[in-house]
Design a binder for this molecule. Structure first.
Ligand code: NAD
Ligand code: ZN
Ligand code: ZN
Length: 346
């Protein structure tokens, strides 16, 4: 089968031929219908040899959807031919966190060598994908896999962040979204769908600001030093009850720190290399800072239900498998509008 692999440190991803994998006991093989490209892939491919802890070659793609193609011995609960989305942050399945569906916070995954597809394990940017357990599949039903595959990360991750600060976002509150890219443009829609907050979006690109307005941001501002004063002005001096930073770089964390309200929340979602100093006289009194990671299994079901209800969607740029390296270049250069999605059989 064809697969998109990261093969050498610092190199470009390559489209290569690899053996089609067979599902082992309890595993499920999917014929991939769609796979999304995330900025975290660009982050991983930017790591030096010392920082890179995964094995090479690495088949990329941690947003996956497919049709059940073959069942390993003992795998039950899905039918061959069934369309499914993949829950990516795989955990052990038996610990307290996993029992709550929060496999994204499984404390045993690392020691057991369990790695998400595309982030250590073979990923979804291929014609076939092996999923380790039926519980990591969610039925797609009538949802279009190309339009919805990115909800498994670009939808689930902001949803998890928003839900964890839902109590801070009643009517009359303000949420700031920094970075209206893949995650951010879905995050804006989630905020509009499930909270009463006024949404202020920030980006460095005028086109992304236009996209932010189109998907529901009340205000869209250039992400520079003037943004803080503007957020204060728009909130009557109070600041934002929650700041979602989908960039996480030093300048955006500084905007987050200066624009969050007393008793507010900063959610650092982006892996942009920044560190935020918290404490008295740095962050406002009562403020908390979180670094949320991906989301829970039941939250993925809820995100798909929001899409089913027409409340959220993903702006998709569609590519063939052979065009994946080109799509990654565009992502790296900030030129993707919404999410780039690879369709292996097109
Ligand atoms: P993306 O490239 O699609 O979007 C990033 C957006 O940020 C772009 O619109 C870009 O113009 C904007 N941007 C860049 N610099 C900015 C600045 N200084 N101020 C404001 N906006 C700026 O990326 P994505 O796939 O949406 O991922 C966003 C981040 O989230 C990445 O760092 C990624 O690694 C991380 N991520 C984290 C998790 C998690 O579980 N915490 C999950 C997925 C992705
Ligand atoms: Zn991701
Ligand atoms: Zn676990």
């Amino acid at each position: 089968m064809r697969a998109v692999q990261y093969r050498t440190i610092g190199g470009e991803p390559e489209v290569v031929d690899v053996p089609t994998p067979e599902p082992g006991p309890g595993q499920v093989r999917l014929r991939v219908t769609a796979a999304g490209l995330c900025h975290s892939d660009a982050f991983v491919m930017g790591l030096s040899a010392e920082q890179f802890t995964y094995g090479l070659p690495l088949t990329l793609g941690h947003e996956g959807a497919g049709v059940v193609d073959a069942l390993g011995d003992g795998a039950t609960g899905v039918e061959v031919g069934e369309p499914v989305a993949v829950y990516g942050p795989w955990g052990c399945g038996v610990c307290h966190a996993c029992a709550q569906g929060a496999e994204n916070y499984c404390p045993r995954a690392a020691e057991l060598g369990i790695q998400p597809p595309g982030l250590g394990g073979p990923g979804a940017l291929a014609e076939y994908l092996i999923v380790d357990d039926v519980r990591h599949l969610v039925p797609l039903g009538d949802l279009d896999p190309v339009a919805t595959v990115s909800l498994t990360d670009a939808g689930l991750t902001p949803y998890h962040a928003v839900v964890s600060s839902l109590g801070a976002l009643p009517a009359g509150s303000t949420a700031v979204v920094i970075g209206a890219g893949g995650l951010g443009h879905v995050g804006i829609q989630i905020l509009r769908a499930i909270t009463g907050a006024t949404v202020i979006a920030l980006d460095i690109s005028e086109e992304k600001l236009k996209l932010a307005r189109e998907v529901g941001a009340h205000r869209a501002l250039l992400s520079d030093v003037s943004a803080v004063a503007e957020i204060r002005k728009l909130t009557g001096g109070v600041g934002a009850q929650v700041v979602f930073d989908f960039v996480g770089a030093p300048p955006t964390l500084e905007i987050a720190r200066k624009s969050v309200a007393l008793n507010g929340v900063i959610q650092i979602v982006g892996i942009g290399g920044g560190l935020l100093s918290t404490g008295f006289f740095s962050t406002p009194m009562g403020a908390s800072v979180r670094v949320p990671y991906w989301g829970t299994r039941s939250e993925l079901m809820e995100v798909l239900d929001l899409a089913r209800a027409g409340a959220i969607h993903v702006e998709v740029e569609r590519y063939g498998l052979d065009q994946a390296p080109e799509a990654y270049r565009k992502l790296h250069d900030g030129e993707v509008r919404g999410r780039a999605v690879v369709v292996p059989y097109s």
